[in-house]
Design a protein around this ligand. Structure first.
Ligand code: ZN
Ligand code: MN
Length: 166
């Protein structure tokens, strides 16, 4: 009944239209977790005249096909992730950069969280918010604005460390 028992290594996972293929290529070509709008802009370069609705529908298709991951952080626009396996994210409070990392202890944290919440756990996703290395250590050539940015960032970190706890 199934198509074949062979590997799918050299075959595309699903039969993609030209637009969907182009959109998947955009997402797989970048590691910055673009928004739908950013994907639309990038896809317009290879497919001039592509509509936002087409991009939006393609993203939904790719997501349902398990080829990309949609991630939401609060109320901000969804970001699209080429990495579909379980992994964690760090977001920069200064520039909004979103990067992947993987914490092997996440499974332990999930079990502990499940005990506390009395929920049956299904998945866990950690989001670290902070200040990225680029914002913390601005390029020496970047000038006074960046230095004051670093100073502000340092102050924020110190305030957070001091915290309200006695
Ligand atoms: Zn940053
Ligand atoms: Mn990711």
């Amino acid at each position: 009944m199934a198509k074949s028992a062979g590997t799918k290594e050299s075959k595309p996972e699903v039969n993609l239209t030209r637009q969907r293929e182009a959109i998947l290529t955009v997402i797989r070509g970048r590691e910055d977790h673009p928004t739908a709008n950013e994907i639309f802009q990038a896809a317009s370069l290879s497919l001039p005249g592509i509509s936002y609705a087409t991009v939006y529908n393609s993203l939904r298709f790719l997501k349902e096909a398990g080829l990309v991951l949609e991630i939401k952080f609060g109320d901000s626009a969804s970001r699209y992730d080429r990495e579909t396996g379980r992994h964690d994210h760090a977001i920069c409070n200064c520039c909004g950069k979103l990067v992947d990392f993987e914490l092997p202890q996440a499974a332990d944290l999930m079990r502990a969280a499940a005990r506390r919440s009395k929920f049956q756990p299904a998945s866990v996703h950690l989001t670290l918010r902070g200040i990225c290395p680029d914002c913390l250590e601005p390029d020496a050539t970047a000038g006074a604005d960046s230095l004051s940015l670093k100073a502000r960032a340092d102050r924020k970190v110190r305030q957070r460390k001091a915290g309200p706890k006695a």
